[in-house]
Design a binder for this molecule. Structure first.
Ligand SMILES: NC(=O)c1ccc[n+]([C@@H]2O[C@H](COP(=O)([O-])OP(=O)(O)OC[C@H]3O[C@@H](n4cnc5c(N)ncnc54)[C@H](OP(=O)(O)O)[C@@H]3O)[C@@H](O)[C@H]2O)c1
Length: 279
């Protein structure tokens, strides 16, 4: 909760995969926080700049999670405009959630690096939670995951680790001017990740590798909007072309501990019952 007199932290994407966890952690510490999203109070819309100033009022710091993805054309410009507005509103500490190996994301990072106030960049691999809180959940529940994912392995990172790093950067000194590149501790293909989810949830889940054309056609049949299809095509081709097939030690650098392994994420998430039969 926040009132108009004490400084607060604005958490954009505050109901999303990382933002929700950042909000929970700040609240658990008794710190004022405002979740910024379309369902927030006041609401925040990336597309409607008139909503930005009310969301920023009294925000001494902000967690900037762009939607839908920093890879989308125009994202760096939107982040730049937001940062400018934040500085005008008196925000003095900014933490940007970014992605690895994405040209537009790296342009957005440069906006932050040049903004003239305290900044921290949390640059992440694919989130493990894409399998439980995002577009892959439905197909996992259906027991059949068909993706245009190449055999390139990815070091999936747990959103809990991302939130731990973000909260540290938002609340403690010593992280200004730092770029933490976060990955999980182990690389695995999408097929291997799905197999670990099947094992943890005790359910058979078939994985099929499909061509990008088959995938896009399936999405069009389900009336998925063109821009979402474009984004998934980009993520499954360029971001998974091998450029990101390596581990980074941002979690260790920031938190002084090992990142959460995908197997632990899968077991913990299966136990919630979200994937059906939890053992
Ligand atoms: N997913 C990954 O694997 C991954 C990896 C690396 C980097 N990233 C970066 O992480 C960022 C967030 O991605 P994500 O997948 O984790 O999404 P997410 O945060 O789970 O997205 C949902 C959040 O965005 C809010 N939202 C949706 N549309 C909005 C709009 N038009 N204006 C304002 N808020 C809106 C939602 O709340 P409401 O519905 O209430 O608006 C919700 O809080 C992206 O910039 C992406 O580049 C993602």
């Amino acid at each position: 909760m926040s009132n108009d007199t004490e400084p607060t932290t604005l958490v954009l994407g505050g109901t999303g995969k990382t933002g929700r966890r950042v909000v929970e952690r700040l609240r658990a510490r008794g710190l004022p926080v405002r979740a910024g999203s379309r369902s927030g109070a006041p609401p925040f819309h990336w597309e409607d700049r008139s909503t930005w100033a009310p969301a920023l009022r009294g925000a001494a710091s902000a967690y900037v999670s762009y939607f839908p993805d920093l890879a989308v054309p125009g994202a760096p410009e939107a982040v730049g405009a937001f940062v400018e507005q934040a500085l005008q509103s008196g925000t003095r500490r900014l933490v940007l959630l970014s992605g690895r190996g994405e040209e537009e994301a790296q342009r957005a990072e440069r906006v932050l690096q040049d903004c003239g106030t305290d900044w921290t960049i949390v640059r992440c691999s694919w989130f493990s939670q894409n399998f439980s809180e995002s577009y892959m959940l439905d197909s996992i529940l259906a027991g059949e995951v068909a993706l245009p994912a190449p055999d390139t392995p990815e070091p999936f990172v747990d959103a809990e680790d991302i939130a731990d790093v973000a909260v540290m950067a938002l609340t403690e000194d010593g992280h200004a001017g730092r770029l933490y590149e976060l990955t999980g501790p182990r690389m695995l293909t999408f097929e291997a990740a799905v197999a670990e989810i099947a094992e943890a949830s005790g359910r058979p889940i078939r994985f099929e590798r499909v061509s990008m054309e088959e995938f896009a056609a399936g999405m069009a049949e389900q009336d998925v909007p063109d821009d979402e299809v474009w984004l998934l095509r980009y993520l499954f081709t360029e971001v998974l072309d091998g450029r990101n097939a390596h581990l980074n030690d941002g979690v260790q650098q920031a938190l002084g501990r090992e990142p959460v392994d995908f197997r632990d994420y899968a077991q913990r998430t299966a136990a919630t019952g979200i994937w059906g039969a939890a053992r």
